[in-house]
Design a protein around this ligand. Structure first.
Ligand code: SF4
Length: 350
């Protein structure tokens, strides 16, 4: 490899001639931006970029969609971000449930769902709380607001995930992780330092073209050595201590639990559920919901894609049967999903 000290980050990427490297971008927004900005085209053949399980919609299992449909069919008004409406469940989606008469409202924040509950006291309003440490504080804030106002018609259906044990589950899938900047803006960098001690390498990356190329250049330059490392390449936002107030809010309302990830199965203690004292805003308890197990379409390869073991273009349905207009799996629904990114920007990379 050339002398990295005299090269720009883009030149470091383009001139890399070291050992083969697998870099996994864990964050769905990174996946989307890397495709949109054409950064993949800067990579030499021996560097493989793998899309990981960082899209919250993509990792949400089929059973959760079935639970939301069950609630809608039992009188709840479902409030959710738009992507989840089109994600297929075992038989149908929230969109098909809505077409059949269920109440499904798209909102732009959990607090919008509280507003809806306040204005519709004759409806039981459930907000679908999915996503990682980045979005959980907003769900917690909404639940607290509803309780503080004495609303008895608002609850959360949770499928929230946390990253620490997911990294452990994925450690053999990549040589270097591109860590999600917004997750670590909340939880800080201690986890990344701990992972180095376990032999796991990673770079914390921001979201602009310059930040992404810089982080990827660091990943190849340091990854070439084969020595475990961690570099915070997003210091303008991620502080070592994270955002303690947000962590405290999550800890007040929620506790760790085992949870299912699409494609990765159940990862112990990688989810968050509402604590017993917040049962009044836990939709599963409010509605006394039975255990519901979903079944994914066996032709869909989202699971393998999320594990980094195949690419969207390896799926026989990609672009033929499965498109953003007619998605078969979650990875084609979400704008952050790998299949969607390949479909929109993949072009000559397929
Ligand atoms: S292209 Fe569609 S069916 Fe194939 S893995 Fe992606 S989402 Fe699933």
């Amino acid at each position: 490899m050339s002398d990295a000290t005299r090269l720009t980050p883009a030149q470091i990427l383009a001139s890399y001639d070291g050992r083969p490297l697998r870099i996994m971008e864990v964050c769905g927004t990174h996946t989307h931006e890397i495709f949109r900005l054409g950064i993949r085209k800067m990579f030499p053949a021996q560097v493989e970029l793998i899309s990981g399980p960082g899209c919250p919609v993509c990792v949400t299992p089929v059973g959760f969609i079935d639970e939301a449909i069950w609630l809608a069919e039992h009188g709840a008004t479902i409030t959710t971000f738009g992507d989840l409406v089109r994600v297929p469940g075992t038989s149908g989606s929230l969109a098909t449930a809505r077409a059949a008469g269920a109440r499904v409202q798209v909102v732009y924040s959990p607090l919008d769902a509280v507003d809806y509950a306040r204005e519709h006291t004759d409806e039981q309003v459930v907000f679908l709380s999915v996503g990682f440490e980045t979005t959980v504080p907003a769900s917690c804030l909404a639940a607290k607001q509803a309780l503080d106002e004495g609303l008895t018609n608002f609850s959360l259906l949770t499928a929230n995930k946390t990253m620490p044990n997911a990294y452990a589950a994925l450690r053999d899938s990549a040589d270097v992780f591109l860590y999600p900047g917004h997750v670590h803006a909340i939880i800080g960098t201690a986890l990344c330092e701990d992972l180095v001690a376990q032999g796991v390498s990673g770079v914390l990356a921001g979201f602009t073209a310059k930040e992404l190329v810089t982080a990827l250049a660091v990943a190849v330059a340091k990854g070439a050595t084969g020595e475990p490392f961690f570099v915070n390449a997003y210091p303008r936002v991620v502080r070592p201590e994270g955002t303690p107030q947000a962590v405290a809010l999550i800890d007040e309302l929620m506790e760790p639990c085992d949870t299912e990830w699409r494609g990765l199965g159940v990862i112990p203690q990688s989810g968050l559920k509402l604590r017993d004292k917040f049962a009044a805003v836990d939709a599963r308890r409010v509605f006394n919901m039975p255990a519901i197990e979903g079944r994914a379409n066996p032709a869909c390869r989202c699971g393998e894609i999320l594990r980094g073991s195949c690419k969207p273009s390896d799926c026989p349905l990609f672009g033929r049967v499965c498109t953003p207009q007619h998605p078969v799996g979650a990875c084609m629904v979400s704008g952050e999903g790998a299949c969607s990114a390949y479909y929109q920007y993949g072009g000559d990379m397929l």
